[in-house]
Design a protein. Sequence first.
Length: 257
Amino acid sequence: MTADLTQLVQGLNELGWQGLLVFLRIGAAMALLPAMGERNLSVRVRLLAALALTVVITPLVAGPPPEPSFVVFSQYLATETLAGLALGAMLRLVLLALQTAGSIAAQSTSLSQLLGGSATEPLPAIGHILTVAGLALLMMTGFHIKAAEFLTGSYTVLPAGEFPKPSDLTRWGVAGVARSFSLAFQLAVPFVILSVLYNLAIGAINRAMPQLMVAFVGAPLITFGAIAMLMLAAPTMLQVWSAALDGFLRAPLDLSP
């Protein structure tokens, strides 16, 4: 009985040590993770979410943990924090695509100053609406499960205890930024087209009737058109954005050239 209790205590100690090392990566990723890492949430809620992900991911991490020591902990503190921040930043860039699309749409339709300060971060009204709707859609579609799978798979590309190569992270970051801006412009295309048609129409009217104050006529028209376009296009925009995020989460993390 004593031997069994000793083995049980040793097993719990080993599992706790491994969980601590996993928590270093999960906690760093949680600082930038969409939905579960938002600043609107309480710090206690984010801490509990990080602990819950740690409990789920720890048994899935292959390989025994290294021997406990201060040197090993210091090494993992640096490597796992860097890896977690990189992973969280990649997912945050996908959310920033939705915010950027809202900013492009608002700027194109002269709505960039409407209720711009109502969010935690200064966003135009369209960007705030799309961001809140996107975060709600994330949690409705089981983002916590997808995030756990994503973070578990990251250990095959970013092994625990090893510093990632700066060149690999740079290449990965540049690709993520390019993908984010490309997706943002694709989402905002309907509003850009509406803006071009509006300006062409206003220019033609001003050319034909110089005495008419076209700004007073066109301002309510473009405002109503932008709101109507948002009502019609928002479901499709969110669907395209959610599919892009799911594709990024399912795709293997490739840092090869």
